[in-house]
Ligand binder design. Structure first.
Ligand SMILES: Nc1nc2c(c(=O)[nH]1)N[C@H]1C(S)=C(S)[C@@H](COP(=O)(O)OP(=O)(O)OC[C@H]3O[C@@H](n4cnc5c(=O)[nH]c(N)nc54)[C@H](O)[C@@H]3O)O[C@H]1N2
Ligand SMILES: Nc1nc2c(c(=O)[nH]1)N[C@H]1C(S)=C(S)[C@@H](COP(=O)(O)OP(=O)(O)OC[C@H]3O[C@@H](n4cnc5c(=O)[nH]c(N)nc54)[C@H](O)[C@@H]3O)O[C@H]1N2
Ligand code: SF4
Ligand SMILES: [Mo]
Length: 724
């Protein structure tokens, strides 16, 4: 038995795990008490880390047409499947879908961008457009860079306003904060307050100083009314950033249209509570507004995400300790650079004409591109770490569309609802045999730190790891069919070293191609050793020597260096958002749907893919349709019995759970379920399949600026399931 330390790759919290390893098995996992960021915190998912690797359903060899084959044969099948299609129809005929775990692997951070370049197709889709794309777009406009996202300074703030996030279950998102609940309890303990705005009284809401129910999809109205109040009551004070912000007066003019009394009914929040919330934000010594899924996956997602930071700015909380701040990750340089600004729509989707955002198209239109004949019709698909058949809107339609593809390849360890359609499945090795560095989440951490975990177990001979798999795919896409992946690894390292003096090239260390790329990024990064110019600075070796991570201190103010806008200022009132404000104003005249559907997460879930771990599946059935007692009476629904739920996109039957936790007019059903489709290999999940909530979500409903799907606030009709 030996002990190994590894960052948990299962959610954004980036906890350190202490693993007990017996020869080639992880027998237990617990929180690493010496970890500089997580201090021993672990959740049930992290504790099941070893069981994920042991799962007998996990694919260990590639599948070609459902039959296990060797790796060379699998890559040959990929080449023989793709090459004729690319030759005949061109690269646009091949689409790529990238799922969420790409943000949690080194291959996702290092090998996906070059794969996209090798693909040469505009048909790139990802889970980002069912998630956080609105935040990227709003930050792109505000700060000039869609990847610079301010995070709440949880450990120092006096007042936190949480909109549409449930960190007690999710462990936080777009704010990497191991033990997020513990950090909020510490906020209360030091005399601070946090207020939760959510249509459902979540565990986070129950722990809060105050809980404010809100009707789904109306946070933009609430936030605009807060902005209105801040101006109306002369509470605006930008503080230290005032010299770096333009557009304040234009925001004031827009907010005139949204007095609290006007939006109160739509939001379901009394207008005096809206005003008092504005006053609390302005009066707190420091305050932060934090919005997540419930503010992104809605029709006005980008506008809402923007308003979050407008309020932060107007209350003087942008870029100051205790407010919202910009992390500085070790693999990034952080140096000031002139900005070109941000724009969307460099190309448009073929069928619906939806604008490109950050190099991708909305996944809500993937089925259109597959089903609609014509030049550049999508005929082949690569999925990497994604399960869009359960995760994306009107997934019933997407599921059918996938059967019409000429060829499909999936890089995924499971034969699930999506990968069952693939002609070739390429399973990556499990996390135990992968190194780990959080390229995505260290740029979102509420305290700067760095950690690298080398593989816990050595690679198995002859088995490619995920970087090798993506390298092989990239080579096939660029016509170098039989080249060894090392050709591609060397090419990437060469590129990474273009700005490093030749004399330093021999200094790069690392046992694996990904480690060498990380070494270059760290040494040329903000805290790096500069290959000798900054002795004592970070390098791969420094991180290898620090298995519990290296603390880099609390977040520091980063304006104006972090800005990439053409003006070099925070552009508080970008024209595309001003136009959205006008559309929001018009939406006030709409009728409210009788019942709307929202989602739900559970601590022991992880989107669609961890329902096959027995330890996480214990307890009561979780895939229930929650409705308020008043609605249950009104709609004749009975707790424990089944109801039929219908939307524009589809119909499903779910078990009713009557609870006052959801507000009247709102029903809640978790996503990621529906494991009863044929052709999958998920024996544990199949015993408690649940239903797929994305049968009901509507692919036509999107936030126009980001292309993000509307997954919350779906109009539905609910009735008792008719007896047959
Ligand atoms: N209605 C509704 N729908 C939602 C949401 C919602 O709130 N409501 N949330 C949305 C959000 S936020 C997200 S991020 C998406 C997620 O959408 P997806 O990313 O499409 O779905 P996941 O369930 O995360 O599927 C992850 C896949 O990656 C595989 N996998 C796991 N580890 C690895 C690995 O190391 N390498 C590879 N190659 N594969 C791996 C799993 O087997 C699984 O097939 O769902 C979205 N869908
Ligand atoms: N246990 C677990 N953890 C996870 C995941 C998981 O599936 N399970 N998924 C991971 C992923 S990929 C992500 S992106 C994060 C997401 O992290 P969070 O955003 O914290 O996740 P949710 O629990 O979906 O919280 C969203 C909340 O928004 C509320 N909501 C819905 N509509 C509205 C609205 O219109 N307005 C407001 N104000 N609130 C609304 C919902 O009721 C819900 O409580 O979680 C990550 N962590
Ligand atoms: S909170 Fe997230 S990172 Fe931490 S142990 Fe749980 S799943 Fe892993
Ligand atoms: Mo997500």
């Amino acid at each position: 038995m030996r002990t190994a330390y590894r960052t948990c790759p299962l959610c954004e919290a980036a906890c350190g795990l202490e693993l007990t390893v017996d020869e080639d098995r992880v027998v237990s996992a617990r929180g690493d008490r010496e970890h500089v960021f997580s201090h021993g915190f672990v959740c049930p998912k992290g504790a099941s880390f070893g069981q994920l690797s042991d799962d007998p359903d996990r694919l260990r060899r590639p599948l070609v047409n459902g039959v296990e084959v060797g790796w060379e044969e699998a890559f040959r099948a990929v080449r023989e499947g793709l090459r004729p299609l690319l030759d005949r129809y061109g690269s646009q005929a091949l689409a790529l879908y990238l799922g969420n775990p790409n943000a949690h692997t080194m291959s996702g951070g290092l090998y996906v961008p070059p794969l996209i370049r090798a693909l040469g197709s505009r048909n790139v889709y990802s889970a980002s457009t069912v998630d956080q794309m609105p935040k990227h777009v709003s930050c792109g406009y505000l700060f000039g860079n869609p990847n610079i996202i301010p995070v709440p300074d949880l450990d120092r703030t006096d007042f936190l306003l949480v909109l549409g996030a449930n960190p007690w279950e999710s462990n936080g998102s777009l704010a990497t904060a191991a033990d997020f609940p513990g950090r909020l309890k510490a906020l209360l303990a030091r005399g601070g307050r946090f207020v939760v705005v959510d249509p459902r009284r979540t565990r986070t809401a129950a722990a809060a100083s105050d809980y404010i129910p809100i009707f789904p999809g109306t946070d933009a109205l609430l936030l605009f009314a807060i902005v209105h109040t801040l101006f109306d009551e002369d509470l605006v004070d930008l503080g230290d950033v005032s010299g770096h912000v333009v557009g304040v007066d234009a925001v004031r003019a827009l907010a005139l249209d949204f007095p609290p009394a006007l939006v109160s009914e739509m939001c379901g929040i009394p207008d005096d509570r809206i005003r008092s919330l504005a006053r609390e934000l302005a009066a707190a010594p420091t305050a932060a507004v934090y919005g997540r899924i419930g503010t992104c996956t809605v029709e006005f997602g980008t506008l809402t995400s923007w308003l979050v930071d407008v309020v932060n700015t107007l209350t003087g909380n942008l870029d100051r300790p205790g407010g919202v701040m910009f992390p500085l990750a070790a693999h990034t340089s952080g140096a000031a650079r002139p900005g070109k600004g941000f724009r969307i729509g460099r190309w448009h989707s073929r069928v619906r004409g939806l604008p490109e955002v950050k190099g991708e198209l909305p996944v809500a239109t993937l089925a259109d591109e597959i089903e609609t004949p014509g030049d550049d019709q999508v005929r082949a698909l690569i999925t990497i770490a994604g399960n869009p058949v359960l995760s994306t809107p009107n997934s019933g339609r997407l599921d059918r569309a996938l059967t019409g593809l000429d060829f499909m390849v999936s890089v995924d360890p499971y034969l699930n609802e999506t990968t069952r359609h693939a002609d070739v499945v390429l399973p990556p090795t499990d996390s135990v045999r992968k190194g780990h560095y959080d390229f995505a989440f260290l740029t979102l951490a509420v305290r700067n730190f760095a950690a690298y975990s080398p593989p816990v177990l050595p690679p198995e001979p002859g088995i490619p790891d995920e970087c090798d798999i993506l390298a092989r795919l990239s080579l096939i896409l660029s016509g170098q069919d039989d080249a060894d992946p090392s050709v591609f690894h060397d090419h990437l390292l060469h590129q990474a070293l273009t700005r490093v003096p030749d004399s330093a090239h021999a200094l790069v260390t690392g046992a694996h191609p990904a480690e060498r790329l990380l070494d270059v990024a760290l040494r040329t990064g903000a805290y790096g050793d500069g290959f000798g110019t900054n002795p004592g600075g970070l390098s791969l070796q420094r991180l290898l020597d620090a298995p519990h991570g290296i603390d880099l201190g609390p977040l520091q103010p980063r304006l104006p260096e972090a800005l990439r806008t053409p003006s070099g200022k925070v552009e508080l009132c970008p024209p595309p958002l001003a136009a959205e404000a006008a559309r929001l104003r018009e939406s006030l005249s709409r009728d409210r749907a009788d019942m709307v559907l929202i989602g739900r997460r559970h601590l022991r879930s992880n989107n669609s893919w961890m329902h096959n771990v027995p330890a996480l599946m214990k307890g009561r059935a979780r895939c229930t349709l929650q409705v308020n007692p008043a609605d249950a009476i009104r709609l004749s629904l009975t707790d424990g019995e089944s109801a039929q739920v219908t939307s524009r996109a589809g119909t499903l039957t779910a078990t009713v759970e009557v609870t006052a936790a959801v507000m009247p007019g709102v029903a809640s059903l978790p996503h990621g379920w529906g494991h009863d489709l044929p052709g999958t290999r998920l024996s544990v999940a199949a015993t408690t399949p649940g239903v797929n909530s994305n049968i009901l979500t509507d692919e036509l409903a999107i936030d126009p600026l980001s292309g993000n799907s509307v997954l919350n606030g779906i109009p539905v009709e609910i009735k008792p399931t008719p007896a047959t």
